[in-house]
Design a protein around this ligand. Sequence first.
Ligand code: CMC
Length: 381
Amino acid sequence: MSESAKVEISRGLENVYIKATSLTFIDGEKGILRYRGYDINELAKNAHYEEVIHLMLYGELPNREQLSRVKDTLNSSYEVPEDVLRVMEVLPKDSEPVALMEAGLAALATHEKGFKWKEGDREKALEIIGKVSTITANVYRVKEGLAPKIPKPSDSYAKSFLEATFNKSFSGTETSMMDNFLVLYADHEVPASTTAALVTASTLSDMYSCMVSAITALKGPLHGGAMEAAFAQFREIGDPSRVDEWFERNIVKGGNRLMGFGHRVYRTYDPRGKVFKSMAETVSKGEARKYLEIAERLEKLGVRYFEAKKIYPNTDFYAGIVMYGLGFPDYMFTPLFALSRTLGWLAHVVEYVDEQHRLIRPRALYVGPGERKFVPLDQRK
Ligand code: CMC
């Protein structure tokens, strides 16, 4: 029997399980998402990001003492070597924001000496989560031509990040919007970015290299870039009165993808999308309100049109409106996704290396020509 007769290729690794996990459970038919058993709606309503960090890295929601240890470690991790911020500053101002973030992380990796897995992995992950806040805040500051800033220690990771980014104070409501965003995007099992991080971890490379692999996979429009792409549609439409005509021309007749819709795992509404929609309803004023109205009309048309294919809004559909309402330009949406997902990436690589490590080395089925005789250059036609 030929090799090709025996082998079945799973395109896009659909329904292939690459690891066991106690981190995140998804029921794609029912639209359920849980972190270590806790429903995402309950966590978004009640838990702060630091509590979710402890839950994901150490297995349980923290008690007061454990929580303050997490906060102390984060607060003491915001500092980065000066050259890291300088690297980001000297790169072209029109660099893609995610590329700037990659550069910042790669610069941090140059300071990483003698990293060894299983020697304080979780503490290392906490340190990286702290430093990613600094890198993300400074993606915005570099893009806007502002002087670099290190987040100041505070009682809240979300607050320190917002204040460093914009150099101003935020209300409790705004800070908790940021906090909710961080909780909602913290993990989602093994999408492309997490899988990329796992491939890198499987070679026993270091954690910063896992981060760089994950971010490069995140930025495409089919994954983390979808939040910005969804928002670009709202901008292009420009006014709620133009949604129907836009949808007919671009989606029905044009056959284009509706960004912020569809998911490999969910066959119903993404539960995170519902939370973001209700958050958008509370923040949206002015321009953001207009984009919300456009999105709501687009959702109605999309859900009806794609009903048979079971394609529904995903988390990226409304999240951008919430972040825009908080004051972020849309170029920051993918870096914000990466800021939050750093937790999921690192929790998965730690779980994998600690408990079930094996080099990830799949196969490709050869379908090219059989054995051929080499022809010297001057004899080739
Ligand atoms: N608009 C129009 N058609 C779609 C869409 C969409 N958003 N999503 C899927 N389809 C259609 C697709 O054309 C195909 O149709 P057919 O069977 O007739 O050829 C069918 O649904 C299956 O699509 P697929 O691309 O094979 O399915 P997938 O599991 O690879 O899709 C996806 C997942 C996320 C790539 C896709 O839904 C998509 O491109 N969505 C738009 C981009 C997006 O919003 N991405 C964010 C994903 S969720 C959060 C995140 O990762 O950031």
